[in-house]
Structure formats: structure tokens, C-alpha cells
Design a protein around this ligand. Sequence first.
Ligand code: 8IG
Length: 266
Amino acid sequence: MTDPTPYELAQQAAARLAELTGVARHDLALVLGSGWLPAAEMLGETTAEIETTDLPGFSAAAVAGHSGKIRSVRVGDQQALVFLSRTHYYEGKGVAAVVHGVRTAAAAGCRAIVLTNGCGGLKETWTPGTPVLISDHINLTGQSPIVGANFVDLTDLYSARLRAACREVDPTLDEGVYVQFPGPHYETPAEIGMVRAIGGHLAGMSTTLEAIAAREAGMEILGISLVTNLAAGMSGEPLDHAEVLEAGRSAATRMGELLTRIVPKI
Ligand code: 8IG
């Protein structure tokens, strides 16, 4: 027997997900980045929680503050699929593993996806704990989740409609271009200088490959970064992961309200 394609594997995962959650179709998905869990706790009633490893194609989560679970959450009259963790590119499991959750969400019926992350910010005014809408991205991994001659258009990758909806909820929200580095090391100050030079405002290790896979699958995409630290070389302090988790806790209420109020508009 031949191995399943990534799309077939996602279909299998979605079928098992439907069995385990008792929900035939989900409406939208959220992927939680570093620091986002406290905010997502405010979304609504969790009707099922499963281990990602109970679904075909997922492997165990590896980072402190990332929990390898998926929740089915009732939000108003919608059923959301919430990934409490993601597979990062730097884990070396391959790009298909990185986007398997996104493809599973698409196969589960999700028409939209909210991709969140924790990242470094390049604007001094973005103090740790500031959420920023992703307006566009630069993918510095040099990889694509798409294999073969499928020339997917990435114009307006991050939905202008959903960004406008977010600003109706919170008019103070800023936006910026997210630059994905391979990681797992943070950038050098010189690399942050490069990010600035090429038009980036946010530096992180996720999201762009997932957004590409989500677009390929026809989903509407909302990207929100939580700036957890000033980018390398800007603060005079070294970067550390504890700072990331603390920024999430302190900003949870603001981000939780944003998520809760944006979902009905999706
Ligand atoms: I949280 O400053 C978090 N993730 N690449 N740079 C990169 N990833 C990050 C950063 C950061 N902060």
C-alpha cells in the first residue's frame, strides 16, 4: 500500500476528530502561539478536549507552555477547533508536519483560521503584551508546504475584512509584516536590522507556512501576533522564554476579549 498524501492524512485526522469530539463539522479554527493560552480560555465552553497524538499524523509537542491538545469550543453559535500547540518548523519534522493541523482543520470543515503567535517586535511602542494584526508576511524558511506545480496566489493572504473587524473591536490595534525565521535560535541584532530593511515589523518562528497551507485549502485567514519582547538588540537585554509566557499572562484579558468578540464576525 502507498503512504497517504498529506491531504488524505488530514482527511483521516478530521474523521477521527469528528468521532472523538462528537462534532461532525467545525466552523473555524484557532492556533495558539506562545502566550495565547490564557486568552483562549475565555472563548467559551469546551465541549471536548483531545490529545493531538490521538489523531493520525500528529506527534508530541516539545516546548514549555505549549500543550499538545485540541479543544472543541462552543463560541456563540459556532463550534471552534482550538489547537493549544503547533508543530514548529525548527522541530525538523518537515513542512508537512508543520501544516498538518491546518489541513486537518480544513478537512474538518473550518472555513476560517485564526493563526496566533508570540514574537519579537521592531517598533519601540509595542511594549511586551501588545497584540498586532499581521498584514502580510515574509517567509524566510525558504520552504513551502505545497509540493508540485500549484501556483497559489498569496495576494491579500491575511484577510483585510477580518483585520477591519478586529479594529472595530479594538481601534487601537496596530498592524505589521511578520517575518518567519527558521529558528530555534533568536535573531542576531544584525538580522533584526535586515528585517527592518526588508520591510518587516515582527520576527518569529511560525505562522507563514501555516498561512500558505490555509490559503491553499481556501480558508480565510486572520493572523495576530502577541509581541512578547522587543526584537534582538533593541532592549539591551537578552531574550528569554519566561518573558514570553509572562507577556501572555499579563495581556490575556485584552486578547481574550479580542478573540471572543472577533469570532462572531468570522
Ligand atoms: I515569543 O524575538 C518570540 N518568538 N524569531 N524572534 C523570533 N521568535 C520569537 C521571538 C523573537 N520572540
